[in-house]
Design a protein around this ligand. Structure first.
Ligand code: L34
Length: 292
């Protein structure tokens, strides 16, 4: 069993990005600039956004963090989005999800200029992804593909079973695995909460991508010997033995599943750090596009 080290891979990629940024700056271009909007004080969102700001620093990017309280109106948030759309100093920006319930998330996503949508959530970028045109790829799926590439895990002709059908992970990662290319060319099945015989389907997988957000959902009996398992889940589970009062739990029952696998990602330290470094790659791409 090989443990896929997302933390180290992300660190390597951030170094590559930093080197490229210094080259850009030497050529007289300005540094890439990522802005993030954070609404409210959700613990996970706070952590993830702080990691994104830190990653900007590591990559030599400019970063801006715009914070708003939970009671911001939808109109105010849309105005903040519009300001970033029109700010020539900002190459790309994200609105961290989830948003408070009184705000229509989809409306906010669609207000982002697709050319600055480094999350890849705007329907224009989702559409481009689905037909294989260049555009911003959603960060978690792009990070998963990069892990498979860097670990030389064969995907061509393999059966990839994706568990979960979210717009952010399940659907886009299934598209990427399906595309022609060095990572891709897989036979893809998407399972979800209404799937009959889910364990039986997952058992057929050469590659399992678990993105359901249910701790320990994938158990050893669902995993074929020699499978590759990618765990996207990062659920906070109460844990009195930790200083923080919680621990992160993946969608995979790691201890029982790992011994059966050829490759497996840990939680934490697997897909999460790759999500952040894919966002950096998208921002670099946005900066190049605005400099040309
Ligand atoms: N707009 N909203 C927007 N874009 C995104 O790309 C996200 N996502 C998801 C939630 N909402 C979003 C993230 O950033 C999930 N996500 C994310 C990012 C980073 C990590 C996990 C999820 C991450 O770094 N996880 C670490 C552990 C961090 C911790 O200690 O909590 C890991 O090693 O898995």
């Amino acid at each position: 069993m090989t443990l896929i080290d997302g933390k180290q891979t992300a660190a390597d990629i951030k170094k590559e990005i930093a080197a490229e940024v210094e080259k850009m700056v030497a050529q007289g271009m300005r540094r890439p600039h990522l802005a993030a909007i954070l609404v409210g004080h959700d613990g996970g969102s706070e952590t993830y956004v702080a990691s994104k700001v830190k990653a900007c620093h590591e990559c030599g990017f400019e970063s801006s963090l715009l914070r708003f309280e939970d009671n911001i109106t939808e109109a105010e948030l849309l105005k903040a989005v519009d300001d970033l759309n029109n700010n020539p100093e900002v190459d790309g920006f994200i609105v961290q999800l989830p948003l408070p319930r009184h705000i229509d998330e989809q409306r906010v996503i669609e207000a982002v200029d697709p050319a600055k949508d480094v999350d890849g959530f705007h329907p224009i970028n989702v559409g481009k992804l689905s037909i294989g045109l260049p555009g911003f790829r959603s960060a978690t799926p792009a990070g998963i593909i990069e892990l498979l590439r860097r670990y030389h895990i064969p995907t061509r002709g393999k059966h990839c079973v994706v568990i979960g059908r979210s717009n952010i992970v399940g659907k886009p990662v299934a598209q990427l695995m399906l595309h022609k290319g060095d990572v891709g060319d897989a036979t893809v099945t998407i399972c979800h909460s209404a799937s009959e015989n889910l364990p039986e389907i997952v058992r057929q997988a050469d590659i399992i991508i678990a993105a359901v957000g249910r701790p320990g959902f994938v158990t050893a009996d669902m995993v074929k010997d020699g499978a590759t398992v990618i765990d996207v889940g990062t659920t906070r589970v109460p844990d009195a033995t930790r200083k923080s009062g919680f621990r992160l739990s993946g969608d995979v029952d790691f201890d029982s599943v790992a011994p059966k696998c050829a490759y497996i990602t840990p939680v934490p330290g697997g897909v999460g750090p790759m999500t952040i470094c894919s966002l950096m790659l998208n921002t670099l791409q946005a900066a190049h596009q605005r400099n040309t």
